[in-house]
Design a protein around this ligand. Structure first.
Ligand code: NAP
Length: 320
């Protein structure tokens, strides 16, 4: 009798332990949706984190739209991208939204790795950064098998997605720690939810960003530093130009302005999120299925997006 009770207790304990992980993930995703829809309280970012925000990759897409949202909230800005003309015109565009803020621009190419940081370091040395938005990211030109991706493109993806996020953080975290306030916003991607064939390296770099963000938060939250990890799903930007289907805005593929307006609303409230309620609904649905299944579905979707690219290029169907 006692042996039988002990056996069933052990079975229940093992069952509970196995289900705990997935159940927590699903409940968290549900909570994410509820907060985004119902919590309308605004946070004064300047008071909470500091006066200056740095946005990497800020002349297009999510980075540019996020910089505009920061400007609306009276944050001074440091914009970093490769192209001086685009930086100048982005600066003017943002000053029309809020002429009272200060905006500095820095040209830097993160594919250059260490060299990109020489200039950035000297520009930032006298500025106390309150918010760092590690937005810059590089994706394949179109969904590809690893052996097809040019070697230089793989180095660029690693240098930009992993290198820039890590080293930009390293550059500002000491000062944030000293002032006991600040926020690091790491723009990752929903591709980190599971391995993603045909975007294998991109997704793996975003899994790095997730791991980096979570460990960083454990190290620095005690100093009053917020580390937010954002995992957007598809957003209508030039990054997804490989498929016409992703170049049409909808509820599930928002434009960059809609995405950023939603994402900034949860800064200081939620540390892990897609950043956009409709993406969080997709995340909730995704997390209810096993990883192998999602990996298979992801591969099928990417095979289709790959065909879109070849059709756009007028090359018809190309099979692996
Ligand atoms: N769009 C999506 O569906 C999606 C989904 C999930 C996650 N994300 C993530 O969101 C972030 C932003 O993506 P996005 O779609 O907004 O990208 P995007 O529209 O392609 O814009 C990229 C920005 O980064 C700059 N940039 C590109 N390469 C750079 C480099 N080597 N050095 C410095 N700046 C560089 C570009 O400006 P210049 O060309 O002028 O330098 C541009 O301002 C990325 O981390 C991406 O992985 C996007």
């Amino acid at each position: 009798m006692l042996l039988s009770i002990a056996f069933w207790l052990l079975v229940s304990l093992i069952g509970f332990w196995i289900l705990l992980g997935p159940t927590t993930k699903v409940l968290r995703a549900l909570w994410e949706i509820i907060i985004q829809i119902y919590d309308r309280k605004t946070i004064d970012l300047r008071t909470k984190f500091g006066e200056w925000a740095v946005v990497t990759g800020s002349t297009d897409g999510i980075g540019k739209a996020y910089a505009k949202e920061l400007a609306i909230r009276n944050m001074n800005l440091i914009l970093i991208s490769r192209n001086l003309e685009k930086l100048e015109s982005t600066k003017q565009e943002i000053l029309l939204i809020n002429p009272k803020i200060e905006i500095k621009i820095i040209t830097a190419d993160f594919t250059e790795g260490e060299n990109a940081f020489i200039k950035i370091r000297s520009h930032l040395q006298d500025i106390s950064v309150g918010i760092l938005v590690n937005n810059v990211g590089k994706q394949y030109e179109y969904p590809m098998y690893v052996g097809e991706v040019p070697e230089t493109e793989l180095w660029d993806i690693i240098n930009v997605n992993v290198g820039a996020t890590t080293l930009m953080t390293r550059l500002v975290i000491g000062d944030m720690q000293k002032h006991r306030r600040g926020a690091i916003v790491n723009v990752s991607s929903g591709s980190e939810f599971q391995p993603l064939p045909l975007m294998t390296v991109y997704a793996a770099t975003k899994a790095y960003v997730k791991s980096f963000s979570e460990a960083l938060r454990a190290e620095y939250s005690r100093y009053g530093i917020t580390v937010q990890h954002l995992s957007p799903l598809y957003v209508n930007t030039k990054m997804n130009a490989f498929s016409h289907r992703l170049q049409v805005s909808s509820i599930f593929v928002p434009d960059a302005a809609t995405y950023s307006r939603n994402a900034i609303a949860i800064l200081g409230k939620m540390d892990n999120s897609t950043g956009y309620w409709a993406h969080s609904i997709q995340k909730l649905l995704a997390l209810t299925s096993p990883v192998w299944f999602r990996t298979k579905i992801g591969q099928m979707i990417n095979e289709n997006l790959r065909q879109d690219y070849f059709q756009q290029k007028g090359q018809g169907k190309k099979l692996q």
